[in-house]
Design a protein around this ligand. Structure first.
Ligand SMILES: Cc1cc2nc3c(=O)[nH]c(=O)nc-3n(C[C@H](O)[C@H](O)[C@H](O)COP(=O)(O)OP(=O)(O)OC[C@H]3O[C@@H](n4cnc5c(N)ncnc54)[C@H](O)[C@@H]3O)c2cc1C
Length: 351
């Protein structure tokens, strides 16, 4: 392979991981990131075992496992405290050899960034959307301009009507859990360093005229089962992140052009209900780099991109659809009784 080069638009999880994979495959890579520096925002991300294996393929899995916390056993409960299902990560280990791990988003970004040769990433640069390299990778997130150029304005973000609040609480929890109510849910899981990642989902209309998000959460969840109220009381209101939730629709007919590929949220923005957005971005990145390994001309590139599309489009779109349904079911306003019976039956069957 002689001197193939890639321009990656976006230095988030998908863009940096793609850059690591392509660099290791011998490509000359530059990343353009419009933010002035590596993002230090964000809370916790669940990394599933298949993603940890993908990170192993980049030589980064062990480092991430050291920075992450293996997901502890936990429960799925109703807002009256009744247990709907028990979550035992050891069952996952018995099936696939590892347990899900929870990592702080800034730690994941740093590990990816540090795996790149110096000066690969140019910060403060808004990249062009036309290919100016052998391959242009659109890793520019949910509002991707590269996607718009490739497929037009028909494909865009749709609001789900729900909003997620997330915060890292400087207090420990020993278990992970989700609690489902009518119209709302919360979840919590330990992070490294005695901290806890806490998230809540509510209808977007739930706002106070004074904009006090912490008070909204205390009003809703102050009487939910522990540790929900105590975690909320210990949360620093200034660190609460609030995101209206979106999905990408309709689903994209392709993730690639002759010299362009979309990865991550640019290709499949999904709701966070299965904790899969970043995971799917990482799987895209590793797969794209594998498909482009060893290619040496424009015909090879086009064929490799088609392989990438075949490998990643359907699986990631299935996960996005499943996440949307999980979100709808877990925060259902009506029929919560039927939902709870079904969840308990499914958990009993799963053993
Ligand atoms: C509430 C919530 C909870 C979540 N929880 C989880 C979880 O537990 N597990 C999980 O796997 N995922 C989770 N996610 C999803 C996850 O955060 C995203 O899927 C993931 O960050 C997508 O990565 P990305 O690189 O595709 O996009 P982004 O992280 O959005 O990165 C895109 C980058 O491109 C840059 N950019 C955009 N346009 C340009 C341009 N023209 N030129 C240059 N740069 C540009 C942006 O500045 C940005 O840095 C969650 C999301 C939400 C909202």
């Amino acid at each position: 392979m002689v001197g193939m080069d890639a321009h990656v638009v976006g230095g988030g999880i998908g863009g940096l991981a793609t850059a690591v994979g392509l660099t290791q495959a011998g490509w000359r890579v530059r990343v353009s990131e419009r933010a002035p520096a590596l993002s230090s925002d964000g809370t916790g991300l669940l990394l599933w075992p298949d993603v940890l294996r993908a990170l192993d393929a980049l030589g980064l899995g062990e480092r991430l496992r050291r920075l992450a916390v293996p997901q502890p056993p936990g429960t799925l409960r109703r807002d009256d405290g009744r247990v709907l299902a028990r979550v035992d990560p050891e069952r996952v280990r018995r099936r696939v050899g590892d347990v899900p791990h929870v990592v702080a988003r800034p730690d994941l970004l740093s590990v990816l960034f540090e795996a790149l040769p110096e000066a690969t990433v140019r910060f403060g640069v808004t990249a062009p959307v036309e290919p100016d390299a052998d391959v242009l990778v659109g890793a520019d997130g949910a509002r991707s301009a590269v996607r718009r150029r490739l497929l037009g304005v028909r494909y865009g973000l749709r609001e789900t009507g729900t909003t997620a609040w997330r915060v890292v609480v400087d207090a420990p929890t020993s278990t992970a859990g989700e609690v489902w109510g009518r119209d709302a849910k919360v979840g919590y899981t330990p992070l490294r360093g005695g901290r806890t990642y806490f998230y809540a989902v509510l209808p977007t209309r739930e706002r106070r005229p004074d904009g006090d998000d912490h008070a909204v959460l205390l009003d809703w969840f102050g009487r939910w089962p522990e540790p929900v109220p105590s975690l909320l009381r210990q949360a620093d209101p200034a660190r609460l992140l609030r995101h209206p939730l979106h999905r990408l629709a309709p689903r994209l007919p392709r993730y690639v052009g002759a010299r362009t590929a979309l990865v991550g949220d640019a290709a499949h923005t999904m709701t966070p209900d299965l904790g899969q957005g970043a995971c799917q971005a990482l799987l895209d990145a590793v797969t794209l780099a594998r498909c482009l390994t060893g290619v040496s001309g424009s015909e090879d590139v086009a064929a490799a991109l088609r392989d990438y599309d075949r490998a990643r489009r359907r699986p990631s779109q299935r996960i996005a659809a499943a996440a949307l349904w999980t979100g709808r079911i877990s925060t259902a306003r009506h029929g919560a009784g039927v939902r709870d019976v079904l969840v308990r039956a499914a958990a009993a069957l799963a053993g």
